[in-house]
Design a protein around this ligand. Structure first.
Ligand code: ACO
Length: 318
């Protein structure tokens, strides 16, 4: 399997508070804070998503002491791609000066974990010795800014890990429950002269049934943590730190109370990040890693859910 050799992240410069949102939306800091825990988010303006992703990757490479030319593979994850083609992984490859193959995974907010699962297979087969996983999202470019029920939830950013050979990943398990309606991002309208029906739903915007997503998220996160702990041969109490997908503080707290895990074991950044989709876990991982939170031997769990519907968990020994 693998070992994490370095972590990195990059956030856009511009921050937007809940109060600023309430200047053009019928919302309030009180509503957003109480329902989600979000106070402020970073919003992309003149930056590019590939630029953010490359900066996160460079930070992770620097920490790991690995040079871009040494990478055997780059897996990028995004649900809010800068271009449909080329993939963001290919753009990062060019920007950091790597020469290895690169490809993207589109698995919404579970993308980072899905990439770690794929990475596991590459390491197991002996085809890679060092690789980069980079997750980058600019969801604020894919929300309807007149829809207060979705646009207040999201933020932008990128996070990355450099992986090398090792046996630190103890278990990983992903799930998909194919679903068209609960949460997603519509495709673009296009301008084909052969279209016969007007499809106003093709507006490149995020749609979500908030309450269904909430219920799914709490069930999936807690079930996945229990499942991967069992696969790793440990109990949930042995988990020292949990890096959950940052979608809503209430989802994290409900998972915490269901599993009776002390809240301080959860790594959270939702207050100042908003939901950065697949980038949320590597961003929070890097922030906490640079603070020195993780000590050698600590058991760290990951858990995520997202559009697809997809979810999963992983257990890692630091
Ligand atoms: N400001 C003020 N009022 C609002 C806002 C807002 N930003 N948004 C909605 N409301 C109103 C609604 O219109 C509704 O008003 P009404 O009672 O007059 O009809 C009221 O607030 C309650 O709305 P609900 O949707 O029932 O609010 P709920 O308590 O379910 O909270 C929320 C909404 C925060 C979205 C919650 O359902 C949730 O967190 N769901 C999970 C979301 C999630 O995890 N998304 C991530 C998945 S997507 C991904 O990760 C890619």
């Amino acid at each position: 399997m693998f070992k994490i050799l370095g972590t990195g992240h990059c956030l856009p410069e511009r921050t937007v508070t809940n109060d600023e949102l309430s200047t053009f939306l019928d919302t309030s800091d009180e509503w957003i804070s109480k329902r989600t825990g979000i106070k402020v988010r970073h919003v992309i303006t003149d930056e590019t998503l590939s630029g953010l992703a490359a900066s996160a990757a460079s930070g992770a490479l620097e920490m790991s002491g690995v040079r871009a030319e040494e990478l055997d593979l780059i897996i990028a994850t995004t649900g809010s791609a800068e271009k449909t083609v080329p993939g963001i992984g290919c753009m990062v490859q060019k920007l950091i000066g790597a020469s290895c193959p690169a490809f993207d995974i589109s698995s919404a907010c579970s993308g980072f974990l899905m990439a770690l699962d794929v990475a596991t297979a590459f390491f197991k087969s002996g085809r890679v010795k060092k690789m980069l996983v980079v997750s980058a999202e600019n969801m604020t470019r894919f929300v309807d800014w007149t829809d207060r029920s979705t646009c207040v939830l999201f933020g932008d950013g990128a996070g990355a890990v450099v992986l090398g050979e090792g046996d630190n990943l103890l278990a990983i398990k992903m799930h998909t429950h194919g679903d068209f309606d609960t949460v997603g991002i519509n495709g673009p309208k296009g301008n084909s002269p052969f279209e016969t029906v007007d499809r106003p739903e093709r507006n490149s915007c995020t749609f979500m049934n908030g309450q269904e997503t909430y219920k799914y998220a709490v069930g999936a996160m807690s079930d996945d943590l229990v499942e991967v702990a069992a696969l790793a041969g440990i109990s949930v109490e042995d988990i020292r730190h949990i890096v959950p997908h940052q979608a809503n503080l209430r989802i994290i707290m409900a998972t915490q109370s269901k599993l009776k895990i002390p809240m301080e074991r959860f790594c959270t950044g939702i207050e100042f990040l908003g939901n950065t989709s697949s980038a949320s876990e590597p961003i929070v991982l890097d922030i906490e890693n640079r603070k020195g939170r993780f000590k050698e031997g600590d058991i760290v769990a990951f858990t995520a859910f997202g559009g697809g519907l997809t979810d999963g968990g992983a257990i890692y020994r630091w």
